[in-house]
Design a protein. Structure first.
Length: 380
């Protein structure tokens, strides 16, 4: 069988000649001479016209990328071969079936991310950017007497926030022996590992992302108000510090729906009492309701750093009080999972690579309803 120069180039780029010859041999052993078709082109021997059973380039293109345009015969041969060899082992011919890219949707990230669980608003995006207009100033009013002119009032002012998608990626290599020999639980292990990795990376960026190729985190956003305890040197939070945080949002006519903190901070708060000896922290004895602080739920995340440097202290953390629905998350599509055995180092190392990708961004839709308490030392 002869191939055109272009087909040989595609073949050399995607597969070794040895594997290609096995595919050709397997198909040609079952060929029907009446199915030969005429193809124009220059073969390796210099022929201008030659008979050809099928195009290996179209076969590889279709099997790898599911693109069977003008390749009906190649698709039928692929279907026959995959059916005949798909359940066999490599020694019986299973290795002749090229690997396919498999795409699946994993709707688990939302259930595992702290910011999402706290109630952040998710905006599906069809393009890379999404503008969220917001009002920054109200209309002015004035009083006047009968038959007197009114003074000119001010008009409402508006601003905007913009979500710009960033790409979050995770890559995992798994030996083919593990996949072939293990139970179906390996699929769950791989899925959970990738989802957990992306979930933690996303949450960390929402809290402390530096911007640019990742979201700008709430603790670094200049529009978000806050304070640093201990006059900028760090300190253990007192009851008054929590009251001040709520007051900072109250005076902006805002509201709040919950706290976010590291579990270390929560452990210390469980020991804090008011002047009457009552614990300020509340926990449902039946475990059905979330932990509460001043009547608002506490969301715990180990992604919140406990190793920040404030003054001479290197073990500081932060606490966030927010109206979490005012935190806007933009995302395009769902978490995408792809797998291959022929890309990168997978082929040489006999591994399967799994790649997870999510496109996402986060901004505070109303920054005045978010308050960050920095320089939080452990509560003794």
């Amino acid at each position: 069988m002869l191939l055109t120069k272009a087909e040989l180039e595609v073949l050399e780029k995607n597969y070794s000649v040895q594997v290609a010859e096995r595919i050709i041999k397997e198909i040609n052993e079952r060929r029907d001479p009446s199915q030969f078709r005429k193809s124009s082109g220059v073969g390796p021997s210099g022929d201008n016209d030659f008979d050809q059973l099928f195009s290996i380039a179209k076969y590889l293109r279709g099997s790898m990328f599911n693109n069977w345009q003008n390749a009906e015969f190649e698709k039928s041969e692929y279907t026959k071969l995959a059916k005949a060899l798909g359940e066999g082992t490599g020694s019986t011919g299973g290795f002749l079936v090229p690997e396919q890219y498999v795409t699946q949707i994993i709707p688990l990230l939302q259930a595992r991310a702290i910011v999402r669980n706290a109630g952040a608003t998710v905006y599906p995006m069809s393009t890379d950017t999404l503008t969220l207009p917001r009002q920054t100033g109200a209309s002015g009013t004035s009083w006047g007497e009968e038959n007197t002119s009114f003074s000119e009032d001010t008009n409402p002012t508006f601003g905007k926030n913009q979500l710009v998608l960033k790409k979050l990626k995770a890559l995992l290599y798994v030996s083919n022996e593990l996949i072939e020999d293990a139970s179906p639980s390996v699929d769950a292990l791989i899925t959970n590992d990738l989802v957990k990795s992306l979930s933690l990376a996303e949450d960390l960026a929402f809290f402390a992302g530096t911007g640019g190729t990742q979201p700008l985190g709430l603790t670094l956003n200049p529009d978000v108000a806050g304070t640093t305890l201990g006059a900028g040197a760090g300190a253990m939070p007192s009851i008054d510090d929590f009251i001040d945080a709520m007051h900072a949002i109250d005076v902006q006519n805002g509201t709040y729906t919950g706290w976010a903190m590291n579990p270390r901070t929560l452990t210390g708060l469980r020991k804090v009492k008011d002047s009457q000896g009552n614990y300020i922290y509340w926990k449902d004895p039946q475990g059905k309701l979330p932990d509460m602080l001043f009547g608002f739920p506490i969301f715990r995340s180990t992604q919140i750093s406990i190793a920040q440097t404030v003054g001479s202290n290197t073990n500081c953390t932060y606490i966030i009080l927010a109206n979490w629905p005012e935190v806007a998350i933009g995302q395009k599509g769902e978490l995408r999972l792809e797998t291959t055995r022929v890309g990168g180092n997978s082929w040489a190392n006999d591994q399967t690579s799994f790649r997870a990708v999510r496109r996402v961004d986060m901004i505070p839709r109303q920054p005045l309803e978010i308050y960050v308490m920095k320089g939080v030392l452990p509560v003794s």
